[in-house]
Ligand binder design. Structure first.
Ligand SMILES: C[S@@+](CC[C@H](N)C(=O)[O-])C[C@H]1O[C@@H](n2cnc3c(N)ncnc32)[C@H](O)[C@@H]1O
Length: 106
């Protein structure tokens, strides 16, 4: 990810991510992958939040790491619809205090 994302990163890539990775075939794998997720979850490379609806009831909180601001805009509506808290880390963190996680998704 470049220091200052250009037009492709901010506009095209988020749109492409939703178009290509939001289809029913891939959705099945998202659900299978997150089936055992619970407690506090970290998703590194959160994108537009396509994994959000597949987090099972046991997930209490999600730490979303996503350096591309173009993804944040598309993720906002999905975050609002989610029944658990989502903490967005809008960069590539070197440190993020100390916390205990149940699941890490990518
Ligand atoms: C292919 S997308 C996947 C998004 C989402 N996890 C999904 O399944 O739809 C990969 C994401 O990783 C993000 N990314 C790239 N480099 C990263 C880094 N060093 N740390 C965290 N996220 C990064 C990109 O901006 C992009 O949104």
């Amino acid at each position: 990810m470049p220091e200052r994302p250009g037009f492709y990163e901010r506009r095209i890539f988020p749109w492409l991510n939703d178009r290509l990775a939001g289809n029913p075939f891939i959705e099945r794998f998202r659900a299978e992958t997150l089936d055992d997720a619970c407690g506090r979850v970290v998703e590194i490379g959160f994108g537009t939040g396509l994994n959000l609806p597949h987090n099972p009831a046991g997930v209490e909180r999600l730490v979303a790491v996503e350096p591309n601001g173009g993804m944040h805009a598309r993720a906002a509506a999905r975050i609002e619809e989610t029944g658990f808290g989502v903490e967005m880390i809008p960069g590539v963190p070197r440190t993020h205090g100390r916390f205990t996680l149940g699941t890490a998704a990518k």
